[in-house]
Design a protein around this ligand. Structure first.
Ligand SMILES: Cc1cc2nc3c(=O)[nH]c(=O)nc-3n(C[C@H](O)[C@H](O)[C@H](O)COP(=O)(O)O)c2cc1C
Length: 199
């Protein structure tokens, strides 16, 4: 059983944005993390940057703040690339099938893959938020392989039972699930209160 992030003291969290659809999830997660005890290390793949611009009309710089540091995805020498760096957790959101496949096969071609590889080898929390449909058997086998290595596969699949009124509500549904997995308290979604017994 992997430990959740410690509460209270400052913790380091890596967030990677890759070239899957869903940059809104990443932007919202960064916004919430920057109000928490997390110091965030942001890595954006080349495809991730393109899709960020396409979907949000945003430049990567708009995601940076005094609590969010950016590392270039090609910088293997970044301090977060080493197992000696006290990273508590990593979230890859949105996660492309390309990045998911590389990590599942242990291929470290960029800083995102490397950080994820380190999380797995050090037994740290790694959350991947894939977005693709339909999924082929290679995608599914890669996800199973990662899950068996302790990775949390948290698909970008918002629920509708809370009666979402906007795209923001749908985004918050997924981001709330990520924060729950990180052990960071969130007021984005009320816990499900159940339905009255019908029998
Ligand atoms: C507009 C657009 C949307 C895309 N959406 C997805 C997606 O939702 N899921 C996915 O796995 N790949 C998607 N792709 C393909 C990836 O961006 C592509 O495979 C890329 O090489 C991934 O690189 P990365 O994993 O290094 O970010 C999309 C590409 C484009 C141009």
């Amino acid at each position: 059983m992997r430990e959740r992030m410690p509460a209270g003291d400052e913790v380091h969290v890596a967030v990677a944005i890759t070239g899957a659809s869903g940059a809104m999830y990443a932007r919202r997660l960064l916004e919430i993390l920057s109000k928490s005890n997390a110091r965030t290390h942001l890595i954006i793949s080349a495809a991730g940057e393109k899709i960020l611009k396409l979907e949000l009309g945003a430049e990567p710089e708009s995601l940076i703040s005094d609590r969010v540091t950016r590392h270039h995805y090609k910088n293997f020498a970044a301090r977060i690339a080493s197992g000696s760096f006290p990273l508590s957790a990593m979230v890859i959101v949105p996660c492309s099938m390309g990045t998911l496949g590389a990590i599942a096969q242990g291929i470290s071609m960029n800083l995102i893959h490397r950080c994820a590889d380190v999380c797995i080898k050090e037994g740290r929390t790694l959350i991947m938020v894939p977005r693709e449909t339909p999924l082929n058997s290679i995608h599914l086998e890669n996800m199973l392989r990662l899950s068996r290595s302790g990775v949390t596969i948290l698909p970008a699949m918002p629920g509708f039972y809370g009666k979402p009124q906007s795209i923001s509500d749908l985004v918050d549904f997924v981001v709330a699930r990520i924060l729950d997995q990180l052990g960071i308290s969130q007021g984005l979604m009320e816990p499900w209160k159940g339905m009255p017994d019908t029998e």
